[in-house]
Design a binder for this molecule. Sequence first.
Ligand code: SF4
Ligand code: SF4
Length: 264
Amino acid sequence: MNNLERLNKIILKEYPRLEEKDKFSFECHKGLSCFNKCCNDVNIFLTPYDIIRLKNRLGISSSEFLENYTILPVEANLKHPIVMLKMENDTLDCPLLSKDGCIVYEDRPWACRMYPIGMASPSDIISNEQDEFYFLLKEPICQGFTQNKEWTILKWKDDQGVNEYTELGEKFKEISCHPFFTNGKILEPVKLEMFYMVCYDLDKFREFVFRSSFLKRFEVEDEQVKKMKNDDVELLKFGFEWLKFSLFGEQTMKLRQEYMKPIQ
Ligand code: SF4
Ligand code: SF4
């Protein structure tokens, strides 16, 4: 069992399961002595939408972002690539941290917005349970729990802008928790690369769509093509549909008659 599975097993077994209506007390502000300490030596998994927000915030391409700010953990039993923020080698600080706090605060990743709330999706981990649940991540260092401000989980998510991440998070889950994976099937290397390109290296996917024979092979509405050229979110949604077609054999796309051989 890898580390991720071990951690998730503990969460499933030991953490009280919370719902959106459940309450907790918490407040985070610069005046606390723990300020910034939680952005050190921390595992932040990035979703495709996190990467769009971060690379655009930093004004760099997805390839540059992945190269400079992330690692790809290699764990046995991982069904598909996952991407994490790479902590600084010497200090183990998050590379997006300054003494005044997070330099990308308005575009911080989903996991950073959610803290101190965790969310478990048992089906994408190790069990056959389907229901997602929330739990409180009470890091010993965190003094936010000593503050009296009261929240429900629902209010916290609203306040932290989590809802902007929901639509693409759900769409990503359709890929990352697809029955193909939960039934134990494994992607061949070329398909793992397709997964990585669409989900994480979106600018490379854009080049692939617009500079290869892709648009000659697939029927794609002109309006859709126009949107994908400049809109990362539209391109990502399209990429998810292409992954369903290419990885899982779903009829989400139409090949042009003259190109009935699936794209490799
Ligand atoms: S440790 Fe907790 S209270 Fe302190 S800065 Fe981090 S989230 Fe805020
Ligand atoms: S992205 Fe921002 S909030 Fe998240 S760990 Fe890094 S510095 Fe902290």
